[in-house]
Write a protein that binds this ligand. Sequence first.
Ligand code: FAD
Length: 375
Amino acid sequence: MDRCDVVIVGGGPAGSSCAWALRNSNLDVVVIDKNKFPRDKVCAGWITPMLIDVLELDIEAYRQQHTFQPIVGFRVGLLGNPMLDIRYGHGVSYGIRRCEFDDYLLHRSEARLRLGEPIQKLTRSQTGWVINDSLQTPMIVGAGGHFCPVARYLGADVGRTERAVNAQECEFEIGPSEQADYPIEAGIPELYFCADLKGYGWCLRKGVFINIGLGREDNQGLARHVDSFLDYLAQTGRIPTDIKPRFKGHAYLLYQHAHRELVGDGVMLIGDAAGLACTQSGEGIRPAIESGLLAAATILQADCRYSHANLEAYINRLTTRFGARDARDWLELMPSSINSRLAVKLLSQHWFVKHQVLDRWFLRTHEPPLKYGSV
Ligand SMILES: Cc1cc2nc3c(=O)[nH]c(=O)nc-3n(C[C@H](O)[C@H](O)[C@H](O)COP(=O)(O)OP(=O)(O)OC[C@H]3O[C@@H](n4cnc5c(N)ncnc54)[C@H](O)[C@@H]3O)c2cc1C
């Protein structure tokens, strides 16, 4: 039987950031993932600058070997309506490829890696947990994404009654001869909001890669919405009429609509396993990373005494960082019929789109960066 101090289930941004923050702690940390890395992850691959500082990422070194597309503006509108063109003139976000970004973060974490190993069995022992009958630990961190087995163990009703965002995307490379067929500008993502405001579609060009997708917070007819979005893009000349991209789907929970138990004796959930994506934008990578860091701070503070009571500090840290779970946005408080009519008006107003939709909801420029050292 292998033994270690902390097991992190899932090597995505949440798990790798937690492991990275524990790297100098003398704790023996093991990250287990069902996939071998590099692996792909269904995602648009858009990240906000706050996570770069908190992870101490050396952008110059990263961009030499990986796709790293500065985002300098957006085209935004309601699907089927004229789009607003908003330019910042400098990088306000970045486009990355998850197959590269996640692999980079995981391998610099210095944790012991057990990759290509799904969690098949999770049992309680007198001193903690036994995983797959082969690894024993007093502390387990569930970072396995929306369908995380540790979240299920804590009672999450995964895929049943939960109100999840269901989203699909495809990412493909375009060759030099195809450039003219795709007038989507590099570094200017296009955001197409659905008329009922239950989601949005996007086109994001990162270097020679194009990512197209659509996500909605309902589980009815996503494929139909994706098909009509693609038709619309073809009709409006954003993509060629004859392409048939292969879409892949995944789900995640928005912070204010998630109700998972996050802590137990010797266990915490982070990232999508905890349901932390930003309620307005669906941004999940930064909350995943920040929750990984906050969980690491809690582990260090608990000093090997991982009772539920000692780990509760993690919940307080999350609430301080992301606010109360039941806080409601003014848009959510209005009936959906009024919302839709209002949306048509608001999403055609340059001021509203720039300052409310982009700056506040998508870029969160009003939030201070997480000061990891002081949590
Ligand atoms: C279509 C789509 C587009 C998105 N676009 C964006 C975007 O542009 N920007 C953004 O910020 N967020 C985006 N998100 C959300 C973002 O992808 C997630 O919030 C983020 O990946 C969460 O990171 P994580 O580390 O918690 O989980 P994940 O990245 O899902 O990592 C979980 C890991 O756990 C492993 N795992 C799962 N089950 C097991 C098991 N049984 N045993 C062992 N290992 C297991 C998986 O292999 C995986 O490596 C998007 C989501 C979707 C679906």
